[in-house]
Design a protein around this ligand. Structure first.
Ligand SMILES: [Zn+2]
Length: 93
């Protein structure tokens, strides 16, 4: 399944967990719950090949607006980060 026993990034131990994966295609976003091997040290996620293929299928459907398989769960919002990063004024010299 997954060709790694240790994290390929930092070499630490991997543990199978259920994770949320956000996928984007065009203007649409889908959230999936999938199994992944997660590094206990750096948080790197490794997905099985069939899981990666599923991601691609879903991205393509999102891009082509083939949305009938998906359940809407709320709206997505884009936030313009520039407007939310005003420097904080302090009295420090
Ligand atoms: Zn790692």
């Amino acid at each position: 399944m997954i060709p790694f026993e240790k994290c390929p990034v930092c070499g630490a131990e991997l543990k199978e967990k259920e994770v949320e994966k956000l996928l984007r295609g065009g203007d649409h976003t889908a959230v999936l719950r999938v199994r992944a091997e997660v590094c206990l040290h750096c948080g790197e996620r490794l997905y099985a090949e069939e899981t990666v293929r599923l991601f691609e299928q879903i991205r393509n459907k999102l891009k082509r607006q083939q949305l009938s398989d998906f359940q809407p769960v709320g709206q997505s919002f884009r936030v313009d980060a520039d407007r939310n990063t005003n420097p904080i004024e302090t009295d420090a010299a």
